[in-house]
Design a protein around this ligand. Structure first.
Ligand SMILES: [Zn+2]
Length: 477
C-alpha cells in the first residue's frame, strides 16, 4: 500500500512519492524562543516525531530539520525588558525547549539551525533575489516584490483582500505593493545587527526558513510542516522566495499542516492570554500523557486541552501500559499442559493487527486510528487471557507472546513507551522479587502478619502487589 498524505497545496490526499527513493526529507518550522513554549508549540514536533518514526519503521532514511528563530522582534523586546542580551535569551529558551521535547519523547531533529548561525546564507539569497529582479532595496531595507512572482498566493489560495488582512500589512508608502514583505531590515538602535551589502541590519522572518531548508535539504524536498497559522503569510512567502531564487519548482513536494489547540472552545494563543506552557501541562499530568493526548486526535483536527480530555488520555495510556505489564507477567508463569488454543477471533486479530496499524498510519498518518487498533488488540486479548477458564498452554503462550510483541512494536512506532522511572526508594527488580517471594512463603505458612508487613513495605516503596488467578504480580506506581 502507498502512503497517502493530505497536501495543503493541492487540497487533497495524494500518494507520497519521495524525491529520492528510500529517503525522506522533512522541514518543520520551529519556535521563536523568547519564553517557555506553550503546548500548542508541542503539537507539530510530536506529530512529526511520530511520522518520522513511522517512516523509519517502513524502511526510509529520514532527515528532519527544525529551525529556531533566534533573531526576532519579540526576542529583542523581551531582552530589553529583562536586560538580557537578545541572543543569549534566545539560546537559553532554545535549550529549555529542547529539554521540553526530550521530556515528551521527541527524538532530536537531525539539524536545529538558528538564524544567527546562517546570516551569510541569508544574505546570499537576498542578494540573489535582488539580482534576479524579485526584490528591491529601500534605504537599508530589502523587500520581496510579490508582483514579480505571479504564483504568489498559490498555497493559501485566498483572494488578495483577505491576504491583506491576514498579512497585517504595515502602511508603508515606499513599498511597490502593500503585500511586499521584508527580506532584510535596516538596523535600529539597540538591536542585534550584521553587516550586509545594504548596510547593517537583520533578516526578516520568512527568509530564514527558505535559506535554511535549501541549505540542509536542497530544492524540492519532501515534507514541510508547521501549524495551520503559518500557511499565510509565512509559508506562502517561503515558496515565493525559494522558487524565485532557485528558478525551479516545487520548493516542497507536500505541505502538511497541524491544526491548533483549543482551550474552553477558544484557540490557545498568547494574544488571548489562555496559554498553558508545556512545563505546566507536564507537571499537571505527565509528559507521556501529554504525548498520548497529542496523538489521540488526527493532526489535521483541532485538539481540545482540558481536564476531561487529559484524564481520558491518561486512562487510555494506562489501559495499554497495564495490558503490557499483565501480559508480560502472564508469560512469566509456567506453561500448562493441555490442548487449549486461542479463539479464532483473537488469533485472527493478532495476525492482522500489524497490517491494519500500518494501513491507518499510511492514511495521512492517522495516529488516532492507529491507537484505536491497539485498544482493540488489548480489549480482545484481555477478554480471552483473563477469562476464568484461560489456561496458558503452549499454543496460547505463542499467541499471547505475539500479541505482546506487537503491542510493544507498534506502541514504539508511536513513541508511547517511556522509560520506566526508577522507584523512589531505589529498590531493584531483584530486591522486589525477593520480597514478593518472602511474602508468598509467609502466606503459605499462614503467617499473615509478616505477609502484610512485607506488602506495606513494598507499598511504601511505590510497589503495588496484586494476587491474580495466575499468581502474584507487582508493578511500580
Ligand atoms: Zn518557517
Amino acid at each position: 500500500m502507498a502512503i497517502m498524505v493530505y497536501n495543503t497545496m493541492t487540497k487533497r490526499k495524494e500518494e507520497f512519492v519521495p524525491r529520492e527513493p528510500g529517503k525522506v526529507s522533512i522541514y518543520v518550522c520551529g519556535v521563536t524562543p523568547y519564553n517557555y513554549a506553550h503546548i500548542g508549540n508541542a503539537r507539530p514536533p510530536v506529530v512529526w516525531d511520530c511520522i518520522r518514526r513511522f517512516l523509519r519503521y517502513r524502511g526510509y532514511e529520514v532527515i528532519l530539520v527544525q529551525n529556531f528563530t533566534d533573531v526576532d522582534d519579540k526576542i529583542i523586546q523581551h531582552g530589553h525588558l529583562t536586560g538580557e542580551d537578545p541572543l543569549a535569551l534566545a539560546a537559553r529558551f532554545a535549550q529549555i525547549y529542547l529539554e521540553d521535547m526530550a521530556a515528551l519523547g521527541v527524538e532530536p531533529a537531525t539539524y536545529y539551525p538558528k538564524v544567527s548561525g546562517h546570516i551569510p546564507e541569508i544574505i546570499t539569497m537576498v542578494q540573489g533575489l535582488i539580482e534576479k529582479g524579485y526584490a528591491y532595496q529601500l534605504d537599508g531595507d530589502v523587500y520581496f516584490s510579490v508582483d514579480a512572482f505571479p504564483e504568489y498566493g498559490k498555497l493559501s489560495a485566498r483572494p488578495l483582500d483577505e491576504m491583506l488582512v491576514g498579512a497585517r500589512v504595515e502602511a508603508d508608502e515606499r513599498k511597490r505593493n502593500p503585500m511586499d514583505f521584508a527580506l532584510w531590515k535596516a538596523a535600529k538602535e539597540g538591536e542585534p545587527a550584521w553587516d550586509s551589502p545594504w548596510g547593517p541590519g537583520r533578516p526578516g522572518w520568512h527568509i530564514e526558513c527558505s535559506a535554511m531548508s535549501l541549505k540542509y535539504l536542497g530544492s524540492g524536498f519532501d515534507f514541510h510542516g508547521g501549524g495551520t497559522d503559518l500557511v499565510f503569510p509565512h509559508h506562502e512567502n517561503e515558496i515565493a522566495q525559494a522558487e524565485a531564487y532557485c528558478g525551479t519548482k516545487p520548493f516542497v513536494r507536500y505541505w502538511l499542516h497541524t491544526a491548533f489547540i483549543t482551550m474552553r472552545g477558544d484557540k490557545m494563543s498568547k494574544s488571548l492570554g489562555n496559554v498553558v506552557t508545556i512545563r505546566e501541562a507536564c507537571a499537571r499530568f505527565s509528559p507521556k500523557v501529554i504525548r498520548f493526548w497529542l496523538l489521540g486526535t488526527h493532526y489535521r483536527n483541532p485538539l481540545s486541552y482540558g481536564e476531561e480530555e487529559l484524564t481520558a488520555a491518561a486512562n487510555g495510556l494506562s489501559r495499554l501500559e497495564t495490558a503490557r505489564e499483565n501480559w508480560r507477567h502472564l508469560l512469566s508463569t509456567p506453561v500448562q499442559s493441555g490442548e487449549d488454543e486461542a479463539s479464532p477471533a483473537v488469533a485472527g486479530l493478532v495476525a492482522q493487527v500489524r497490517e491494519r496499524f500500518i494501513a491507518a498510519m499510511e492514511d495521512d498518518f492517522n495516529t488516532a486510528f492507529a491507537l484505536g487498533i491497539l485498544y482493540e488488540l488489548v480489549r480482545e486479548v484481555n477478554k480471552w487471557a483473563f477469562s476464568e477458564d484461560f489456561v496458558l498452554t503452549a499454543s496460547c503462550q505463542k499467541v499471547l507472546k505475539e500479541a505482546l510483541s506487537l503491542l510493544e512494536e507498534l506502541g514504539g512506532v508511536l513513541g508511547i513507551w517511556f522509560a520506566e522511572e526508577p522507584a523512589a526508594t531505589g529498590l531493584s527488580d531483584e530486591e522486589i522479587n525477593a520480597l514478593v517471594e518472602q511474602r508468598q512463603k509467609a502466606r503459605q505458612n499462614r503467617d499473615f502478619k509478616t505477609a502484610d508487613q512485607i506488602r506495606d513495605t513494598l507499598k511504601a516503596a511505590g510497589i503495588v502487589v496484586e494476587d491474580t488467578p495466575h499468581g502474584v504480580r507487582w508493578r511500580r506506581v
